[in-house]
Design a protein around this ligand. Structure first.
Ligand code: KIV
Length: 267
């Protein structure tokens, strides 16, 4: 059985060239399943707003949402290292609220670490949180909370100038004390450069194969989201039709008087 993952494992894994496997989770049963499979890190992502709550983007997600879902994940007592996202407006206005909200995800939610979007612009914020002994994962490149600045969910860091800007973001996140950084939606060659330059592990999503680890949204890999399927997603299962079939069978059996049978009742 896998030993509980700690922050120390990820530095060792980078040093030894062992890839880090990360998935998002938002609830108790899914966490139990992926944890039993040996996932290294679980991200309670603010993507919950899109794949569970049905919003168009992550901006409406609240601290209450994040604490609720982090608690549900933690009730599965995962051996994986659990990181919770700081949602939009929980850290941008001032350092005091950033520290308080990071603390709440750990104290009330039970997470071991928090993730925060941004580079140079959040350097001070990451330092303020790590100074409280809360481990931080950075997140640069295509940062979904910056949707409106980016003009949509577009690949970032294309061209020399943008690439240098992203390199500066990566170095700022590392300097600020983050123990890992998510690289989202950037060219593979740039992700490879950043991964080689940084001493902390890089976790890619839509950033190619040269990162120290990979993260994907659980609903995407299971084929549960029919809305869209980005190029970087690999679907390891197609569960939506299976669920549809089960629901159709149930409806037909209830309407046809087939379910429940005697054996499903009490004497
Ligand atoms: O919210 C999320 O799930 C994320 C990952 C996609 C990296 O930030």
């Amino acid at each position: 059985m896998q030993k509980p993952r700690t922050i120390l494992d990820f530095q060792r894994m980078k040093a030894e060239g062992e890839k880090i496997a990360v998935l998002t989770s938002y609830d108790f049963p899914m966490t139990g399943i992926m944890d039993a499979c040996g996932i290294d890190m679980i991200l309670v992502g603010d993507s919950v707003g899109v794949v569970v709550a049905g919003y168009d983007n992550t901006l409406p997600v609240t601290m209450e949402d994040m604490i609720y879902h982090t608690r549900a994940v933690m009730r599965a007592r995962p051996k994986a290292f659990v990181v919770a996202d700081l949602p939009f407006l929980s850290y941008q206005t001032d350092l005091k609220s950033a520290r308080l909200n990071a603390g709440l995800l750990v104290k009330d939610g039970g997470a071991a670490a928090v993730k925060i979007e941004g580079g140079v612009n959040v350097e001070e914020t990451i330092t303020a949180i790590t100074d409280m002994d809360i481990p931080v994962v950075g997140h640069i490149g295509l940062t979904p909370q910056s949707l409106h600045r980016m003009g949509g969910f577009k690949v970032q860091g294309k061209g020399e100038e943008q690439a240098e800007k992203l390199m500066a973001d990566a170095l700022a996140v590392e300097r600020a004390g983050a123990f890992a950084v998510v690289l989202e939606g950037i060219p593979m060659s740039l992700a490879a450069r950043i991964t080689a330059e940084l001493s902390i592990p890089t976790i890619g999503i839509g950033a190619g194969p040269h990162c120290d680890g990979q993260v994907l949204v659980i609903h995407d890999i299971l084929g549960l989201c029919s809305k869209y399927s980005p190029k970087f997603v690999k679907r390891y299962a197609e569960l939506a039709p299976l669920i549809g079939e089960a629901c159709s069978n149930y409806i037909a059996e209830v309407k046809g008087g087939i379910f429940p049978e005697e054996r499903h009742g009490f004497k």
